[in-house]
Design a protein around this ligand. Structure first.
Ligand SMILES: [Fe+2]
Ligand SMILES: [Fe+2]
Length: 482
């Protein structure tokens, strides 16, 4: 049965037949107040009474799944939506390849599967927490709305994972669902599970870099889980990917608009050297070298999310049919990888070099390689904008050994080109690669809110088209007086 329409009558909009599933319905209704409390405590600071022009998922039909309307964020209809079931779907990879996809949790993989769901689930509320203060310094109502759209959808992704936990993992699942509301991004005692989700998102350039680079890690993980032999997880992730595309759009176009504004201002002022940083900053825009440093930081932090290059966990998850490769269904090989190899960049005798490793163990590396390719597409578009303005500068992704905290390159220092540096050299040159305190102060000084419809802060260009094709001066957020 293909369930495309969503049941909106109850407390929790859904297309999973919650009405007839009393136990799970009850469990989710019990979890709901804690979620709302979490949203009020840790969601966007302020603006909770404001009317925000948001899209809400009302269907899982790819041709028309969302409707736009003004809504107060705490009243957003967070629902449980799974992409339609494919009749007769088979497990596409691993030792169970070709068997019927699981509709229930296979007992022998229960712990591994639960962990995959919890780790994915933990990132969703974490990013909302990281972004909670940004509303106060939004460069426009358009951007403010986009921030909140990303936030409510990350909230919905948490719902999606919690549904799986409550439905399929019994008491442990219920406890994990509670714990997802207890951990806090950046809290030394109860941190979120993954490093990049405990970092601060202090300003809007960071927000755009985060949604470009880190939400794209989300995309890669969801793509790999969408291949899962556990069908409810696959269907959940397939629908989440529909929403995820907008988050990366926000990031890519956000950075594009910043770059565009910088280039325009430089041209107007007759500055052609991108390294004349002080002169450029006086124009009230962000100089290109600082944008590069922010990209270096967010890219390198995000690479850590892919885990160790050589990983038994990744091998097991694939072998058992729980987590596939990026677009497994389009790859042409045996989908079992028992014999093959894959080149892995390793640190061997102090040198960074490729080594062929068993393909099964190298799956994190492979997903990370696919990720880097995906990242470079948007970077190319950023560079096109710079080139169109005739400015001699190119944004480049740093080497994968640069600024790493997980995996092969944890214990070395490398520059953005992948040259190994001594600790002393690194200490001296760090500010060339990563934002310095001075850079951070400068960016912070620009973060003045612009809340008039149709107006934009000095450092960012307006978008080419509005959300839902709205005109330029559309009031995306009707700000309520506190
Ligand atoms: Fe998400
Ligand atoms: Fe996202």
């Amino acid at each position: 049965m293909n369930i495309v329409q969503v049941d909106y009558d109850g407390l929790i909009p859904n297309n999973v037949g919650l009405g007839e599933d009393v136990r799970v319905k009850h469990a989710l209704e019990k979890w709901h107040p804690g979620y709302i409390n979490w949203w009020k405590d840790m969601g966007p600071e302020g603006f909770q009474e404001s009317l925000v022009y948001l899209r809400t998922a009302i269907s899982v039909d790819p041709k028309g799944w969302a409707k736009f309307d003004y809504v107060r964020m705490p009243e957003y209809r967070w629902g449980v939506l799974l992409a339609p079931q494919h009749e007769g779907r088979k497990i596409p990879f691993g030792m169970h390849k070709g068997e019927a996809a699981w509709q229930e949790v296979p007992g022998e993989y229960r712990a591994m599967l639960r962990r995959l769901v919890v780790i994915q689930g933990d990132t969703e509320p974490a990013s909302v927490e990281q972004q909670r203060y940004l509303g106060k310094t939004a460069p426009s109502l358009y951007d403010l709305r986009n921030l909140f759209q990303v936030n409510v959808e990350e909230g919905r992704h948490l719902w999606a994972m919690v549904y799986l936990l409550q439905k399929y993992f019994g008491t442990d699942g219920r406890e994990e669902a509670e714990a997802l509301l207890q951990r806090r991004s950046g809290d030394p005692d109860t941190p979120r599970m993954l490093g990049a989700f405990n970092e601060k998102t202090p300003d809007w350039l960071s927000f755009f870099m985060f949604t470009y680079f880190t939400d794209r890690d989300g995309k890669m993980q969801l793509e790999a889980l969408a291949q899962s032999g556990f069908d409810p997880l696959s269907r959940t992730c397939r629908f989440m990917l529909t929403e995820e595309a907008h988050h990366m759009f926000v990031g890519e176009t956000g950075v594009t608009r910043i770059i565009q504004r910088t280039c325009e201002a430089m041209k107007e002022a007759g500055i052609s050297d991108p390294n004349e940083i002080d002169k450029v900053r006086k124009l009230g825009v962000i100089d290109l070298p600082t944008i590069q440093k922010k990209a270096n930081m967010h890219f390198s932090l995000t690479l850590d999310l892919f885990g160790n290059e050589i990983s038994t966990n990744a091998a097991n998850a694939f072998h058992s049919g729980l987590k596939g490769r990026y677009r497994e269904d389009r790859l042409k090989d045996d989908h079992q990888l028992e014999g093959g190899t894959y080149p892995v960049l390793r640190l061997i005798d102090g040198k960074i070099q490729n080594e062929d490793s068993p393909a099964l163990s190298a799956l994190n590396m492979r997903l990370r390689d696919d990720y880097v390719v995906d990242c470079n597409v948007g970077v190319g578009r950023w560079n096109k904008v710079i080139a169109e303005h005739g400015i001699p500068f190119e944004i480049k992704l740093p080497h994968v050994a640069f600024h790493r905290h997980i995996g092969e390159f944890t214990n070395i220092k490398a520059d953005v080109g992948g040259n190994v540096l001594s600790d002393a050299e690194w200490a001296k040159r760090r500010g060339e690669f990563l934002p310095s305190d001075g850079d951070k102060d400068f960016i912070e000084s620009l973060m003045q809110p612009q809340m008039e419809p149709g107006k934009f802060a000095s450092w960012i260009a307006p978008p080419r088209v509005g959300i839902d094709n709205k005109p330029g001066d559309f009031e995306y957020v009707k700000i309520a007086d506190a």
